[in-house]
Design a binder for this molecule. Structure first.
Ligand SMILES: [Zn+2]
Ligand SMILES: [Zn+2]
Length: 268
């Protein structure tokens, strides 16, 4: 059987899109970048859009859904989201091609099988119409994506703990956010329980919930203004090492780039 692969096409508030699959076929989680960029990135890994079995949407913010209309209705890729998220996508200014025949539903704590993949949605706390994370199971391995969340609730914690690979939000550095020129109410929104996770929150969670079966941590959705890849990496690394978890030995930590594809990871 083909090995599981993961590649981030883009990550952050200007667009999010992740490929999970094999050398021949797979799915996307979110499509918050232009469809042409998605096609170009697929081509670079030897695929085209017809090889996509589905796209799963975490929530209806523009940085996660920009290409959903054309992927679904022009390229006929089934689009999975919760009912409330679909309603939000339908209302969204940034989705000009409205979903019709490509619309599929997945509700929280529901599992959908797509090819050899089992995808389960779980609730996360964020200020969108509705928000979920996803666990993708393939050949007994589990990859969990939890992005755009104000805090880690019980369901998300259970999913993240049982994963072999996690894509986890490290949105902002507390200090950089406090000195940034963002208005006070935006800072409050980011820090709130329906906002985003800081580097320290992410690092402490990962250190407290580390299990031996965790092989990879991908840090996603880094803020351009209030974070820096080196700062995020160093913070998470020191949280893990304070619990004697050795980065590079016990677990790999990779910071996902905002605008360019991160190197393809082939697992196992
Ligand atoms: Zn986002
Ligand atoms: Zn969001």
């Amino acid at each position: 059987m083909d090995k599981l692969r993961f590649q981030s096409f883009a990550s952050g508030s200007s667009g999010n899109c992740y490929y999970i699959g094999t050398a021949r076929t797979g799915i996307l989680i979110d499509a918050g970048i232009g469809v042409r960029t998605i096609k170009r990135n697929l081509k670079a890994i030897g695929l085209d859009v017809s090889k996509l079995m589905a796209v799963f949407v975490t929530h209806d913010h523009a940085d996660h859904i920009r290409a959903i209309g054309s992927l679904g209705e022009i390229h006929h890729v089934p689009v999975y989201a919760t009912r409330k998220t679909h309603e939000g996508i339908n209302r969204s200014y940034c989705v000009t091609t409205k979903l019709n025949g490509s619309r599929r539903y997945i509700e929280k704590n529901e599992t959908v099988e797509v090819g050899a993949f089992r995808i389960t949605a779980f609730p996360v706390s964020h200020d969108a119409s509705d928000s979920v994370g996803y666990t993708i199971e393939y050949q007994g391995k589990r990859l969990t994506i939890a992005t755009d969340l104000g805090y880690v609730g019980e369901e998300a914690r259970m999913h993240l703990k049982s994963a072999n690979y996690v894509v986890f939000e490290a949105n902002y550095d507390e200090h950089l956010l406090s000195i940034s020129d963002y208005p006070a109410d935006l800072k409050r929104r980011i820090r709130s329980h329906t906002g985003h996770l800081s580097n320290t929150q992410a690092g402490e969670f990962l250190a407290d919930n580390y299990k031996n079966h965790l092989d990879y941590i991908f840090l996603c959705h880094l803020s351009k203004e209030n974070n820096h890849p080196d700062v995020a990496y160093t913070t998470i690394k020191s949280c893990l090492e304070s619990k004697n978890i050795k980065v590079g030995e016990d677990v790999q930590v990779i910071t996902l780039e905002r605008h360019s594809p991160t190197e393809m990871i082939m697992f196992g």
